[in-house]
Ligand binder design. Structure first.
Ligand SMILES: Cc1cc2nc3c(=O)[nH]c(=O)nc-3n(C[C@H](O)[C@H](O)[C@H](O)COP(=O)(O)OP(=O)(O)OC[C@H]3O[C@@H](n4cnc5c(N)ncnc54)[C@H](O)[C@@H]3O)c2cc1C
Length: 397
């Protein structure tokens, strides 16, 4: 059978793409390497704005509603903020991703899980996918196969290696730990070169992890141990510790579209460098990809408007998050002083999590009131785009 579109990968990006295409009446094959539900190394933290993109009510999947943020310096010195309504939701990825794939199947997509794509080829009028000893063809291909994407490897050879190396541990909580983390997440800087640490509660278990830049990869285990012990957790009881790469967006826009193929989510490296949030952008890029295929694919086979949509809606946000991360993660002590002295910064960030304001707005507000020469120095240090962008977008949301 020939499909309209083959979507590779059953994570949030692929499931959303397949769901949106199937809803529009397309014949979609969704291929997932692992049997579902599958484990995925992830903190499972959804900023509240994700809810707006979801095709279903996630209430039954929510393990914890987050109303408190605690920022720590090396697990000790802390700045806390508490909000009147949740700013983030905690989920387990196995059930969350399964729910999204179920919606895609309900809408008419064909799901083949436990099947790995081995290689892909694209020609002027179709794509071919090698799937466990057979070849499947389609008009279009969407690579939603995550950080080690086979679609990116075969069709987008100009890829650079992912930016952060992470180690995530599932730590059972004592009753005191559970009470402390109830509705609260901890975000730590100071132990983790070029990155951060997190503790995200899910009932009696916390996802506690660290992410460091690639140059510090060999130290990731000692960074996790240091964060765990300084924050009062113990890694002895960790039920699962998983290493993973986080494909944060790096400066500049690269090609996410080639002929009849598109990349979405982690395969496209659409992870926010400031917080490591990727689920939001996986879903958003999946929706853009499907809309492009439905509208432009059917008309003339030209999918280049996908690149334009991502460049317009997602890349400017990730660029702003990247500039902020270069301050927060490369000069963590300075960033922590900003949080300590200007607690309003945390409330401003709440607006980003809620989807009420953009990262670009947040970036401008963080620097508001800071003498211009200092802003200029930081802008230069944080990336060449910073200065030119700032002029164009002052006051933007
Ligand atoms: C330690 C860690 C913590 C994180 N914490 C958070 C967080 O708290 N909040 C947040 O928003 N983001 C977080 N992220 C980022 C988030 O996990 C990703 O951005 C998100 O999963 C991207 O979704 P995706 O669908 O693009 O890719 P994935 O979720 O990785 O899905 C890709 C799928 O493709 C499948 N696949 C791979 N190769 C093949 C193949 N050859 N054939 C068929 N199928 C294939 C995989 O099995 C997988 O199911 C974290 C990441 C890490 C590593």
């Amino acid at each position: 059978m020939r499909y309209d579109t083959i979507v590779v990968g059953g994570g949030p990006a692929g499931a959303t793409t397949a769901l949106t295409l199937a809803k529009a009446g397309a014949r979609v094959l969704l291929v997932e390497r692992r049997r579902l539900p599958r484990y995925k190394a992830c903190g499972g933290c959804l900023s509240r704005r994700v809810e707006r993109l979801l095709p279903f009510d996630p209430s039954k999947l929510i393990e914890e509603r987050i109303t408190g943020l605690t920022f720590t310096w090396r697990g000790r010195d802390s700045v806390e903020a508490t909000f009147s309504e949740p700013v983030a939701l905690m989920i387990w990825r196995n059930t969350f991703d399964q729910a999204l794939c179920d919606r895609a199947v309900d809408a008419g997509a064909e799901l083949q899980d436990g099947q790995a794509i081995r290689g892909v080829r694209a020609s002027a009028n179709h794509v071919e996918v090698d799937l466990e000893g057979r070849t499947v063809t389609a008009d279009f291909l969407v690579g939603a196969d995550g950080v080690h994407s086979v679609v990116a490897r075969d069709l987008f050879p100009d890829r650079t290696p992912p930016g952060l190396v992470a180690l995530d541990a599932e730590v059972p909580l004592t009753s005191a730990g559970e009470a402390y983390l109830k509705g609260r997440v901890i975000l730590d800087v100071g132990h983790t070169p070029g990155g951060y640490g997190w503790a995200f509660p899910k009932g009696g278990v916390a996802s506690v992890g660290v992410a460091v830049d690639r140059r510090s990869a060999k130290r990731v285990q000692s960074c996790l141990t240091a964060f765990l012990s300084s924050s009062g957790f113990s890694d002895r009881g960790a039920t699962r510790t998983t290493g993973a790469l986080i494909p944060i967006h790096s400066h500049g826009t690269r090609s996410l579209h080639r002929g009849r193929a598109l990349l979405v989510g982690d395969a496209a490296r659409l992870v926010d460098p400031f917080l490591g949030e990727g689920i939001y952008y996986a879903i958003q890029s999946g929706q853009h990809a499907a809309q492009t295929i439905v509208t432009d694919g059917g008309r003339n086979g030209d999918l280049s408007s996908y690149q334009a949509a991502v460049s317009r809606t997602i890349i400017p946000e990730l660029e702003a998050a990247g500039r902020l991360s270069r301050t927060a993660h490369r000069a963590p002590w300075l960033w922590f002083q900003v949080l300590k002295r200007r607690r309003t910064v945390i409330d401003l960030y709440r607006k980003v999590l809620m989807g009420e304001a953009s990262y670009r707005w947040f970036e401008d507000m963080v620097w508001a009131g800071t003498p211009r020469p200092i802003v200029m120095l930081f802008s230069l240090w944080a990336g060449r785009g910073a200065l030119s962008d700032r002029g164009q977008r002052s006051g933007s949301w």
